[in-house]
Design a protein. Structure first.
Ligand code: SF4
Length: 321
């Protein structure tokens, strides 16, 4: 496994990491490589483990996605489960299992298989009372998202059969997640739910939290995936951001010009990333030394970063200077 090549790839989250903190991209893409292997160095192993770490917000999103997939399957079998039944049957078990895996440290045996939560790993200043409130908040938000999905989104999916769905390789479903090629580079694009009605394609993304400006860019990336990978032109595409906790569905406009702009944005981001590999050669993809990847300019960024443990000695030095 350690001999696999660490090929260059681009994704929305990679760009976010890179833009926010160069060093984070170094840990997440390069230092962690091979960290799963028995012969890995302690640094590789630690970077790999930290790269796999979740937090309570990603846990919330994953639990909601998991439950929605089940709700859709049940509805396709004409089993209309209530939000409460879905929550009890799927969401609660998912949350409890993840919380327990993390609290009991199962991830120490396999960080890919078992969840480690930032809140358990790093601890926080939160009191026991505040921690209980987080747990209650996650449970409440999950329940609200599932209820609103059943009430407002599921009816719009009536009549969609499994055969109408476009198969998406999600993270954790085994194999390489969904991607497409742009000028020879692998671009990851993993929409939540896609189906066809005749020539029309519909791409939905489930959001458990509030609206953020970058969600629109993410949907345009999915449109680019549909055009590149499946030859679906923008006039046959409907992009829908489903803000489940807000009971809001936002349609994102898409056009050939907007997709051209998306391509330019990706090209420009890739070009910046190429400055951090030897000779700018993304085919070889050999990173510059660790010290060339700057630490975050704003130390506040580090407070919620998975890789804090690895940067702490340097961050402390900066404070002492
Ligand atoms: S801890 Fe700070 S400097 Fe280190 S990777 Fe995270 S954001 Fe960057």
């Amino acid at each position: 496994m350690g001999d696999l090549k660490n090929t260059f790839s681009w994704s929305f989250s990679a760009r976010e990491d890179f833009d926010e903190c160069r060093r984070r991209r170094f840990w997440a893409k390069y230092a962690m490589w091979g960290g799963w292997d028995a012969g890995a160095t302690p640094l590789q192993r630690k970077a790999y483990q930290l790269a796999k770490m979740h937090n309570r917000f990603s846990l919330l999103g994953n639990a909601v996605e998991h439950t929605i997939r089940k709700a859709i399957r049940h509805a396709q079998q004409e089993e209309m489960l209530t939000a409460d039944t879905l929550y009890q049957k799927y969401t609660r078990d998912y949350l409890n299992a993840a919380w327990k895996q993390s609290r009991d440290g199962l991830w120490q045996t396999n960080p890919k298989k078992y969840i480690c939560l930032f809140e358990h790993y790093y601890g926080t200043d939160a009191t026991e009372e505040q921690q209980k409130e987080w747990i209650a908040f996650i449970a409440r938000q999950c329940r609200l998202c599932v209820e609103n999905f059943i009430e407002t989104v599921l009816p719009r999916l009536a009549g969609i059969r499994q055969d109408d769905e476009v198969s998406i390789a999600h993270v954790g479903s085994g194999g390489d997640p969904e991607s497409f090629a742009l000028e020879g580079h692998k671009i990851y694009a993993i929409p939540d739910y896609v189906y066809r009605r005749g020539d029309a394609w519909f791409i939905h993304d489930w959001k458990a939290g509030k609206q953020k400006p970058h969600h629109r860019d993410q949907m345009l990336l999915y449109a680019l995936w549909a055009r590149t990978q499946h030859k679906v032109e923008p006039d046959h595409l409907t992009l829908l951001l489903e803000y489940l906790s807000l009971k809001d569905s936002v349609k994102i406009e898409v056009s050939p010009d907007l997709l051209d702009q998306t391509v330019e944005t990706i090209q420009s981001s890739i070009s910046e990333m190429a400055d951090y590999v030897f000779d700018g050669d993304l085919k070889r993809n050999v990173p510059l030394p660790q010290e060339d990847w700057d630490l975050a300019a704003d130390p506040m960024t580090c407070r919620l970063c998975n890789f804090y443990e690895l940067c702490k000695p340097e961050l402390d030095e900066q404070v002492d200077r």
